[in-house]
Design a binder for this molecule. Structure first.
Ligand SMILES: [Fe+2]
Ligand SMILES: [Fe+2]
Length: 167
């Protein structure tokens, strides 16, 4: 692939990853459940590693890491600013999963195009697997929340699974 074209691809990931850092860091601050807050904080750190590893590659190619603006709006139909203010945890997780899935499908596309570049390929694979883990965790969290809706009235479970009477 032409270096210019590759830099363009990498800037796209750079922009998406930056948005996810901001999103997860903000969501972590407002999450009421401590387990969810810790998970989102951890995701934000991992997305920051992705920002850094993509930025390093852009620089290696002689480019300058450049944000392409609000890249989440075309994917989910809501601006990043709107997403930062979402208070509905269920909807928040669903949108996060859409963004993770978009990142995964684009990482897969780029991996196919740069097979001969083993250094870049291994970074893209590592990022792809991290996104897969984030997406799986959030899917499971959603399922759990939906299960909680069906739990008998008067009973609840805290974030490490202790059953409690609801007060
Ligand atoms: Fe990422
Ligand atoms: Fe991710």
């Amino acid at each position: 692939m032409e270096p210019d074209k590759l830099i363009q691809w990498l800037n796209w990931f750079y922009s998406l990853e930056q948005s996810q850092v901001e999103l997860y860091a903000t969501q972590a601050k407002s999450a009421e459940d401590p387990y969810l807050a810790q998970a989102l904080e951890r995701f934000a750190d991992i997305e920051q590693d992705h920002v850094d590893n993509i930025a390093a590659f852009i620089k290696n190619l002689g480019g300058k890491p450049t944000s392409l603006g609000d890249v989440v709006a075309p994917i989910v139909g809501k601006t990043l600013g709107t997403l930062l203010n979402l208070s509905n945890v269920n909807l928040m997780l669903k949108i996060n999963i859409v963004l993770e899935n978009k990142a995964m499908s684009d990482y897969k596309d780029l991996i196919k195009k740069v097979e001969t570049n083993s250094e870049l390929s291994s970074v893209l694979w590592a990022n792809l697997l991290d996104e897969d883990l984030h997406s799986c965790w959030m899917e499971r969290r959603l399922e759990k929340m939906e299960g909680e809706l069906n739990r008998p009235v008067g009973e609840e479970e805290d974030s490490i699974g202790r059953k409690r009477k609801k007060v």
